[in-house]
Design a protein around this ligand. Sequence first.
Ligand code: PLP
Length: 406
Amino acid sequence: MEGIDIAHIRSQFPILNRTVWNKPLVYLDSAATSFTPQCVVDEITRVYTTCKANVHRGVHSLSQEATDLQEATRECVREFINASSTQEIIFTRGTTEAINLVSSSYGRLLENGDEIIVTTMEHHANIVPWQLLGSRKRIILRVVPIKKDGTLDLEAYQSLFNERTKLVAVCHVSNVLGTVNPIKDIIKEAHQYNVPVLVDGAQAISHIKVDVQDLDADFYAFSAHKMYGPTGVGVLYGKKHLLKMMPPYQGGGEMIGTVDFKKTTYAELPFKFEAGTPDFVGIAAFKKAIEFMQSIGIENIAAYEHELLAYATAEMEKIPNMRIFGTAPQKSGVVSFLIGNEHHYDLGMLLDKLGVEVRTGHHCAQPLMHALSIEGTVRASFAAYNTREEIDVFIAALKRVSAMLG
Ligand code: PLP
């Protein structure tokens, strides 16, 4: 495909050369975590071996260098998602912590009887933090149902708003169905009622061009480890006026103005929400991951993954008793499936023996599983380093497994 030099891309991921059960590795689990190119690993090593000093705390040269690296990543993230200011970029441990931050902090501004709209297709990370809030106050979750093809029922969504609605929390892309939600329209609808929207962007950010200002998102959460970056780093984007009115999430070093036993004041944004020592090595390396994606072009990645998805889906549909969950017209590179009534674990374990790494289970989306009346699925997901040849291996393995299970 034009714009993608797949051999060059693959050469940057040494892990792709390993084998599983003496078979060449076919990794189709990038929705859980993506592999990391050598440039990111090298940057981690470089920071550890040349300038590992704590950030924002010292006047000495190493601390300044480490701080500059962290803040350069903040600027890189700002530009990547087109936020208007680095004050709107808060580093977290990942999507989960970003959502918990909003639920703990914005949640303190809510009152008994207030309502939050979520959807049936949310990851537990975008359900349980709101339920925890409900254990401290009476917060009601309103749930947008899905249609047969795995798209959201937008008419039902519109009908859920009332004067008690205080937030919409919705994923940009479903980690199970692959559905790309019409997030701009969803946000526009909520804003008609002056309701802010938190977007769980974990499955979108490395597959779709995200422009938070164009979307008009109020909060946008994502994880570096799903975007070719290191583990333990994530981002919460939040509109400045909302972040300003929200109380701190955690207390400790870095997030204060002055501390006194009588009165403590808090730091300016974004530091108000960044208590304690962050994973500044990971944050520094995260910049390399973003630059890696930019070097290919996120639109090129999206188009390439879409080709892989279309090819895989067409080939899978030829397999007898194949049940694909999620057939929305707008899909990202995720296919969830079962074959007949075979258990997802059996399918996943046999595929592993053939070198094909797929995810099995409820994918942290049990309410969605209940809505689909299943316990779990097998999920194959694609990234920029996957190839058509790997899909061929996957399809051949599926046929073999299907025949073995009869
Ligand atoms: N939201 C979605 C849609 C996800 O797919 C995931 C992880 O798979 C998460 C949230 C949680 O991400 P993390 O575990 O990186 O915090």
